[in-house]
Ligand binder design. Structure first.
Ligand SMILES: Cc1ncc(COP(=O)(O)OP(=O)(O)O)c(N)n1
Ligand SMILES: Cc1ncsc1CCOP(=O)(O)O
Ligand SMILES: [Mg+2]
Length: 219
């Protein structure tokens, strides 16, 4: 099996996404480690800031942390940064360029994830273009993206048989509410506020374990 196929099989479980507003920069690795100790299987570095040196330093630190703990590390938006820190992949949305361009920059062995929003046909198209996973959302009102379009479990359930790649659900996800989204076919749950907004990040992450059969903590 190719390295990329092996990485793709690991798109499953709790997928935490960082948010610069939820902790001081110095605490970012510590907070991500807490999420990993609680069972997060994937980490996305998502930072919209313009300080390239800070972004590189943070992404390097998180890449090393994830590597040590056997957790997938994905960079949001910025394929050059993903290449620079040897991330496992990049996530691209509508505004971030084509899957093919990300693939060309990243090479054949790493993951390109892509946003489908609430559009099943877009997901099928992204899969045909070579996306390694497709994300739908938001499923619930999102504190991080309050104006994002809404997806539904019914829509996910209907399109799921047409998708051979893993499906990620995002947007207002909490452990308490995510059951129907997993039942509709989500392989991974991408979460910001419910984990990194919690006082006890490890406990918040651990609450997702019952949603996945093999939900034991990594690391
Ligand atoms: C796993 C995952 N799914 C969706 C998104 C959203 O991507 P995008 O639409 O490009 O929006 P921004 O996150 O860049 O604001 C994501 N980042 N991760
Ligand atoms: C990046 C993104 N894309 C759609 S919703 C969202 C934010 C998810 O954050 P939260 O888990 O706080 O709703
Ligand atoms: Mg984006």
């Amino acid at each position: 099996m190719s390295q990329r196929a092996q990485l793709r099989r690991r798109v499953r479980g709790l997928y935490v996404i960082t948010d610069a507003g939820l902790q001081p920069p110095a605490r970012l690795p510590e907070r991500v480690l807490q999420a990993i100790r609680g069972g997060a299987r994937m980490v996305q570095y998502r930072d919209k800031g313009r300080d390239a040196a800070r972004r590189l330093g943070e992404a390097e630190a998180l890449a090393a942390l994830c590597r040590r703990h056997g957790v997938l590390f994905i960079v949001n938006d910025d394929v050059e940064l993903a290449v620079a820190v040897a991330a496992d992949g990049v996530h691209v949305g509508r505004e971030d360029g084509a899957v093919a361009d990300a693939r060309a920059a990243l090479g054949p062995e790493r993951l390109v994830g892509a946003s489908s929003y609430n559009d099943p046909e877009r997901a099928v198209q992204l899969q045909a273009e070579g996306a390694d996973y497709v994300a739908f959302g938001t499923f619930f009102p999102s504190p991080t993206k309050p104006h994002a379009v809404r997806a539904t479990p019914e829509m996910l359930r209907a399109v799921r048989p047409r998708l051979q790649v893993p499906v990620v659900a995002i947007g207002g996800i909490t452990a308490a509410k995510a059951g129907p989204v997993v039942a509709a076919g989500a392989d991974a749950l991408a979460v910001i506020s419910d984990v990194f907004g919690a006082a006890d990040v490890t406990a918040a992450a651990r609450a997702y374990a019952p949603l996945f059969r093999d939900g034991e903590a990594a690391g």
